[in-house]
Write a protein that binds this ligand. Structure first.
Ligand SMILES: [Fe+2]
Length: 417
């Protein structure tokens, strides 16, 4: 990417984070209603700290930190960068204030822009690579911001509304079909030009049998069938660890669902409203996705099946429902035509694949080696992005990963056979 283009992208991505926070009141920026949720102000500071620590510290002559304790406050999980605030305690910090964090952002942006103007030609390849990585990192936090704001609002008895619902075209129910996908020895992973995380590489071959993949995401209506059939009270559908969580947490439905007078309601960023049976089911854990698949006498696709199907069916991000569309909620499938839809955007699809390094995987040298590689245990892969993912952030090879019981992310289900 040319310097002016990258600098423009830097400005756009940085602005997007602030735009996402614009509907918040000051108090919304500070709270942490569960350990997985970070206060919005922490996200804004942390992504800024990342540019300061990974780029300015490396390239800026006579570098001095903006504040000597911000490394402690805004370091997330990098052992290489030293000790940090215990993650569940992020919501206990009233300082730095929101105003101070915006000032921090502005100061680091100014220094970054100076560096864009003065960086030596010989340093450009590494500088531009790290800026691109920093922007992709900030985009990941934009997605987390949406998850976290939703959780913060849903957790509040006053049920605040983030934004008014956007009017969407009415769509009829799209029937489930299973499309035949030919297997073979197929290429998986990233080997093209352009940015990708280290966990998408190296590209390698995988043997797949012929399989069938559901034409669209599983809907709320289909998931209600599982609930109404006693899915949450029948141990036979559940993995042992999942069954333990169902009982301990008393799960009876996906996160953000509530039953009132025999009618189901859900929490959205546009407030509470009646459940739409045609929308993709969202906010389910891997355990729920797996139990639903067993109940439906189907299975979850592996991540390799998902990627191969997306590639041979020429899936593109263009018409998907992403962060840029500002629905902040999945929308129903749009067409009855027998083709793969909702592969990108709407909700991340849980796969049956454990999050592991590909054969020959090597994590980056140095602190950035901690970005992906050290999380390769006890997590499952999700594919396809969501309505909280920036459109230019997703790829067919993109691997998201979460623990099996997490469900505050925009996660859903697509079945295979
Ligand atoms: Fe981060």
């Amino acid at each position: 990417m040319r310097p002016a283009e990258l600098q423009q992208l830097y400005a756009t991505v940085r602005q997007t984070s602030e735009n996402l926070c614009r509907p918040l009141e000051i108090e919304d920026y500070v709270v942490q209603p569960m350990d997985d949720v970070s206060p919005p102000k922490w996200h804004l500071g942390h992504v800024t700290w990342f540019f300061e620590t990974v780029i300015l510290q490396k390239f800026q002559p006579h570098f001095k930190p903006f504040h000597k304790l911000y490394n402690f406050v805004f370091n997330s999980y990098y052992e290489s960068f030293g000790t940090r605030v215990f993650r569940p305690k992020r919501g206990t910090l009233s300082r730095p204030t929101v105003k101070e964090i915006y000032a921090y952002r502005a100061a680091i942006d100014e220094r970054m822009n100076e560096l864009f103007a003065t960086i030596a030609q010989k340093h450009w390849p590494e500088f531009s690579r790290l800026v691109t990585l920093g922007l992709n990192h900030e985009q990941q936090h934009q997605e987390l911001l949406v998850y976290d704001i939703k959780y913060i609002f849903a957790n509040n008895p006053l049920r605040p509304v983030y934004q008014k619902a956007k009017a969407l075209p009415q769509t009829a129910e799209v029937k489930t079909e299973y499309l035949n996908i030919p297997g073979g020895i197929v290429e998986i992973g990233h080997h093209a030009d352009g940015f990708a995380w280290d966990n998408e590489m190296p590209a390698h071959q995988v043997l797949l049998r012929d399989f069938k993949l559901q034409n669209r995401l599983v809907t709320n209506g289909e998931y209600l069938g599982f609930i109404n059939d006693g899915g949450y009270s029948d141990f036979r559908h559940w993995l042992s660890d999942g069954w333990t969580v169902v009982q301990e947490q008393e799960w009876q439905c996906p996160l953000y669902w509530e039953k009132c007078d025999e009618q189901w309601f859900i929490m959205t960023l546009a407030g509470w409203r009646e459940l739409d049976p045609n929308e993709p089911v969202c906010h389910v854990s891997f355990y729920e996705a797996d139990a639903f698949a067993k109940w439906a006498q189907k299975r979850l696709p592996t991540e390799f099946e998902w990627e191969h199907a997306a590639r041979i069916m020429n899936v593109e991000a263009g018409d998907g429902n992403f962060l840029d569309d500002q629905n902040f909620h999945p929308i129903p499938a749009q067409t009855a035509a027998p083709r793969l839809q909702q592969m990108l955007g709407d909700v991340w699809a849980w796969t049956a694949s454990a999050y592991l390094g590909y054969p020959g995987y090597r994590q980056e040298e140095g602190a950035l080696g901690e970005y992906n590689g050290k999380f390769m245990s006890n997590q499952m892969v999700l594919r396809g992005g969501s309505c909280a993912t920036p459109r230019n952030h997703i790829r067919l090879t993109y691997r998201n990963f979460f623990q099996c019981d997490k469900r505050w992310l925009f996660s859903g289900i697509r079945l295979a056979n």
